[in-house]
Structures are given as structure tokens and as C-alpha cells.
Design a protein around this ligand. Structure first.
Ligand SMILES: [Zn+2]
Length: 251
């Protein structure tokens, strides 16, 4: 199994260099699943010589545009050009909103029929917050991310049991050391979103908070989803480091 970071930066980052934090996982038999599909994804894929035809499936953690803004491109490209229907994995509580609140405005525009999410994607069932993809188990981990008028809008991170390593991808998560402690302990490698700006959005764990985690947790933690500007010395502070765009991890 191979995990490639197509992008490593925050939703608000600008410029061509680092792209928003989306990933690609490739199985041993060369099937590929996108982990989130944000507005940068057609360019971040292209930069690594991938296109829509290389994508077999997509996982969506939550509905912010840096995670779903590329789905119209992917769905239309697969439908009209590749004549394929990628598998779509999304938690049950977000599936209807993905179509009704995000995609239907642009995608329910077929000439002779009424399109739905199932027109473009093979929506796959997620039961007990878990699914299998290419014989690999993906466990959804509900993490605290945003609130809408005091109602939690979570993101769903992923705990994945690879052939060699167990990994945790936080997607977008506030600093929640108690909630995530069991997951941090179990994982061999942690991929943690990390805000680095002076301004705290409160939507993500901030570097200055993550710095206070126990050394044995930081020793297996890679940081991504950072902001534009100078980065602190993550190695000096006990982390594995900041991930760079295009970086690959075999697990
Ligand atoms: Zn988000």
C-alpha cells in the first residue's frame, strides 16, 4: 500500500506550490482511492502525472470545499470521458447533504434525465463506521471539526490497517488529545492536520498545542494541512516533520 500526499496545505493557502491536503492511496494491485477531493485536486493529480482515469474510488471526510470541491470535476470526467463510475465512500450522515447542498447545483444538469449522486458515483455502504476497500479495512474515526450554530459538523478521520503499518489520518480535527488518545496509541504512524498560522481558526489542531503531546506520540506524528509562511522546526520539537507535497509513505 502506498500513500501519496497530493497536497499538504490548508484550505486558505494560495499558490501552485503545495495544494490543499488531499491524498491518494494505491493498493498492491494498482487500484487507487482518493482521500478527499478538493478544489485543487485536478491540478495536484496532474502535477504527479495522474488523471481522472487513474481514480477508482474516492473517500470524503466532510463537506468543506478543500475536501469536496473537486467532485464535480471527478464525476463529470469519469461520466463523460472515462465512461466509469467511481466508488464513493462517505459517512451516512453526510451523504444526502453532499448531493443536496454541495453537488446538485452543478451536476443535476443532464439533458434528458434527472441526475442524482448515484448517476455519477457508485455509493458504497458504510456499516459500523467501517468499510473494506481492496481487502483493506478503513475505520472511520469521528473527529471534532466545525460547529454550525452549536451543532457539531464532524469530520471523519481514517484508521487504516495496512500490510505493514497501522496508520491514522486525522483529516480536519481540532486538538482533541483525550478523544484521540486510543487512536494515537494504536497507530504506527499518525498523519495530523496542523495549523501553523498566528491566527487560530479553532477548526484544526494548532502546532503550539500539538507540541505539548507526549514524546512517544510526537515521535510517530507527521504534520500536514499547514498554512502559508515560515514553518517551525518540527524535528527539533520531536515530530517526524512536516510532509512535503508528493511525499510517499509505504504501509
Ligand atoms: Zn474542514
Amino acid at each position: 500500500m502506498k500513500l501519496t500526499f497530493l497536497g499538504v496545505c490548508s484550505a486558505l493557502s494560495v499558490g501552485y506550490k503545495n495544494f490543499q491536503s488531499n491524498m491518494l492511496i494505491e493498493s498492491t494491485n494498482s487500484k487507487r482511492i482518493l482521500i478527499d477531493c478538493g478544489g485543487d485536486v485536478r491540478n495536484s493529480l496532474h502535477e504527479l502525472d495522474y488523471g481522472s482515469s487513474d481514480i477508482d474510488a474516492v473517500y470524503i471526510s466532510h463537506l468543506h470545499a478543500d475536501h469536496v470541491g473537486g467532485l464535480e470535476w471527478l464525476g463529470f470526467s469519469k461520466f463523460f470521458i472515462d465512461k466509469q463510475q467511481p466508488k464513493l465512500y462517505i459517512s451516512q450522515d453526510q451523504s444526502a447533504r453532499l448531493w443536496n447542498n454541495v453537488l446538485s447545483g452543478g451536476m443535476s444538469t443532464l439533458e434528458d434525465s434527472t441526475a442524482s449522486l448515484e448517476t455519477f458515483f457508485k455509493v458504497m455502504p458504510i456499516q459500523d463506521q467501517s468499510f473494506m476497500w481492496e481487502k483493506i479495512q478503513f475505520q472511520l474515526i469521528k473527529v471534532i471539526h466545525s460547529y454550525s450554530n452549536q451543532q457539531l459538523l464532524p469530520s471523519y478521520g481514517l484508521f487504516i490497517q495496512g500490510a505493514k503499518l497501522k496508520i491514522f489520518i486525522s483529516t480536519d480535527a481540532r486538538f482533541s488529545p483525550e478523544l484521540l488518545a486510543p487512536i494515537y496509541q494504536q497507530a504506527d504512524l499518525i498523519f495530523q492536520d496542523c495549523e501553523t498560522s498566528a491566527f487560530r481558526s479553532k477548526q484544526h489542531a494548532h502546532y503550539n498545542d500539538l507540541k505539548n503531546l507526549a514524546p512517544n506520540i510526537k515521535q510517530k506524528m507527521w504534520l500536514y494541512d499547514y498554512n502559508d509562511g515560515q514553518l517551525p522546526d518540527a524535528l527539533e520539537d520531536g515530530f517526524k516533520g512536516f510532509i512535503t507535497r508528493g511525499q510517499v509513505f509505504n504501509f
